[in-house]
Design a protein around this ligand. Structure first.
Ligand code: SPD
Length: 355
């Protein structure tokens, strides 16, 4: 009798225990589900998406945003072509958008998920690199030039030739970029930044080889070098020069008289992005005028969102680093996709760096 009671007690206890265990497992599962946030993976240039923008989006949408950086359009292309999956947002420049469209690397944007597209100024839309903006949304624009410490570099430079002056040996840097840096030598020689003439590109290579013993570093994140005082001159992009000048007021920026490059950087979604809908929400968020103004305040590049201007401090609404004079604009070229000839630029750049 006692034995029967004991065995019925133990079987009731066991079934009670399994119900409790089941409940605990269910609770753990629910908690786990609650913590599993959606993730947005952004691959962009250094100092292009700041903490305030990143965490603002995270809080509003209850998601996690991871930001990873690259130093040149070609680095981005190499990673994507090699099958780097996992990125939801990338920010290629104009000519690289063309190339990525041709290589079938970009997703078509669903405009109905991006209502703030209408905030963009038509000046930056329907450009040669994506005529109907099917794949790209303009993010910022700027130029390449020379940033210099005016308390050391005298007289103020006005030509790319200053980067061949022995006086500045080991005191300057150039962009680590297979189009921009051969572009400097091409401009100095009086050629187009988009040449597809092997003879001209060969001359540019010789010029860069002649200059190499004087160069402290090839680095695209020039702002850090300027602020640290590692260099007194840097071939760099306008916003980065402007950001350095914010920290070191002696820094000035000049677009050399031979001319230079200008660019529009764009927000795109890779074809195999894991989270396209979230990426479109992020693009829409970037196009809100007050958010876009914060991007300009941080990056110091131009805004493509018309209504953002009224949220900007006056200095950023008109500054010559962002809006060069009409005379300077005439000397600027936009880098274009040279098709197969890109290999030649890549080869020249590799040879210069390897020497
Ligand atoms: N720190 C942000 C730098 C952005 C530069 N993009 C410009 C590329 C032009 N070829």
């Amino acid at each position: 009798m006692l034995q029967r009671n004991l065995s019925s007690f133990s079987s009731r206890f066991m079934s009670w225990l399994s119900v409790q265990l089941g409940l605990i497992l269910f609770l753990v599962f629910l908690i786990g589900c609650g913590e599993q946030k959606e993730q947005l993976n952004v691959f962009t240039w250094a100092n292009y998406v700041n903490e305030e923008i990143r965490t603002g989006f995270e809080k509003e949408y209850g998601v996690t945003v991871i930001v990873d950086t690259y130093g040149s359009n070609e680095d981005l292309l190499t990673k994507l072509s090699a099958g780097a999956t996992g990125y939801d947002i990338i920010m290629p420049s104009d000519y690289m958008v063309t190339r990525m469209i041709h290589q079938n690397l970009l997703a078509e944007l669903n405009r109905s998920n991006i209502p703030n597209f209408q905030n963009l100024s038509p000046v930056y839309l329907d450009k040669y690199f994506d005529p109907k903006n099917k794949y790209s949304v303009p993010y910022t624009f700027g130029t390449a030039g020379i940033a210099y410490d005016s308390s050391v570099v005298s007289p103020a430079p006005d030509s790319w030739s200053v980067l061949w002056d022995e006086k500045y040996k080991n005191k300057f840097s150039l962009l680590d970029d297979p189009r921009e840096t051969p572009g400097v030598a091409l401009k100095l020689l009086g050629y187009s930044i988009n040449t597809t003439d092997l003879e001209q590109l060969g001359q540019a290579k010789e010029k860069l080889l002649e200059q190499k013993p004087l160069v402290k570093q090839y680095k695209s994140e020039a702002e850090e070098l300027l602020i640290a005082g590692d260099v007194v001159m840097a071939h760099c992009w306008s916003g980065d020069a402007f950001r350095a000048a914010d920290q070191k007021p002696n820094i000035r920026y000049v677009i050399p008289k031979e001319g230079s490059s200008q660019f529009i950087d764009n927000v795109c979604i890779p074809k195999d992005a894991p989270n396209k809908e979230l990426a479109e929400k992020f693009i829409d968020y970037l196009l809100r005028p007050e958010i876009n103004a914060k991007i300009t305040v941080f990056t110091k590049y131009g805004t493509c969102v018309e209504g953002a201007k009224e949220h900007l401090p006056e200095a950023l609404q008109k500054h010559e680093y962002i809006y060069p004079s009409a005379e300077v604009i005439k000397t600027l070229e936009r880098i274009k996709d040279p098709g197969e000839f890109l290999q030649q630029y890549d080869r020249v750049w590799e040879e210069v760096k390897a020497k």
